[in-house]
Design a protein around this ligand. Structure first.
Ligand SMILES: [Zn+2]
Length: 286
């Protein structure tokens, strides 16, 4: 499922692909109503002739600003949901499977929003006033763009009854951190995911903040290595069958702990917290 690093790759690619470009035609897939709700797919005609101006990412949200053909700004809010991705196809190449939106650009290329399960969203935002969307206003500072204020995070964690793994997936605290990055960060910080969030000391929260950044940077580096940051290859998510797993503990139940020394027996355990899988090592995460 796309989290901050996957959406950051989408943001970088979309910036490259759309720089100075205009949309020649926007077309919605036949069965994609859910993605565009509440707007009717024909509302997308407002994008015809619009020129890309700016793209911001906050957490898992892509906020795209365009200059409309008839003047004024038009916004598009893209959220990748569970299975969404943005891919580019050069003129003449066949469209990918499960394309829900096809933006043909003035260089002939097509940008497709692909989403097999359609839990993602693509919504037009009048005058690009993204701050008027409650979902966007509720987000905390972005861990990659703005950094993590460990002291402020510690204060917020003091006020929750949730286990730390569940608490750090709150988009108001650390937008973009989801199930994968939460497990990975807690492993890196050697903190037990079951501990009450309020039991973490300031030093532990500072360690966790550094671990979140390290995990995001590591994931971005692995995407760069795979050639998907730059658009040479389509991005593949870890849940997809043909994908390799670059993560330390995520999806590795029963495998040896990466910190295990010769002759050791520690293995990665999977538990369920708030209906989501958590992966951790009970020996080195305290
Ligand atoms: Zn371990």
């Amino acid at each position: 499922m796309p989290e901050l690093p996957e959406v950051e790759v989408a943001a970088r690619n979309l910036r490259r692909w759309t720089k100075g470009r205009r949309i020649r035609a926007a077309r919605a897939g036949a069965h994609a109503l859910r993605v565009f709700r509440p707007a009717a797919p024909d509302a997308l005609a407002a994008l015809d002739g619009a020129r890309f101006r700016d793209l911001r990412r906050i957490g898992k949200n892509l906020l795209i600003t365009l200059d409309a053909r008839r003047g004024g700004a038009i916004g598009a809010w893209s959220h990748l949901g569970l299975t969404g991705k943005w891919v580019r196809r050069a003129a003449g190449q066949p469209a990918p499977k499960n394309s829900r939106l096809d933006l043909q650009l003035d260089d002939g290329a097509h940008l497709h929003y692909v989403d097999p399960r359609m839990f993602g969203r693509f919504r037009l935002v009048p005058a690009a006033r993204f701050d008027e969307l409650p979902e966007i206003r509720a987000l905390g500072p972005d861990p990659l763009t703005d950094g993590i204020d460990a002291a402020a995070l510690h204060q917020r964690l003091q006020r929750t009854r949730l286990p730390i793994k569940v608490a750090i997936m709150d988009q108001a605290l650390l937008p973009g951190v989801g199930n994968i990055q939460a497990s990975e960060s807690l492993f890196r910080a050697k903190i037990d995911p079951r501990r009450p969030a309020k039991s973490l000391s300031r030093a532990e929260v500072a360690r966790l903040a550094r671990a979140v950044r390290a995990s995001i940077d590591f994931t971005l580096a692995s995407f760069a290595e795979a050639g998907v940051d730059g658009g040479g290859e389509d991005i593949v998510y870890v849940e997809e069958r043909r994908s390799a797993n670059p993560f330390l503990v995520y999806g590795r139940a029963g495998e040896p702990c990466p910190r295990r020394k010769r002759g050791g027996r520690e293995t990665i355990t999977r538990i369920v917290q708030a209906q989501r899988s958590t992966f951790f090592c009970a020996a080195c995460q305290r």
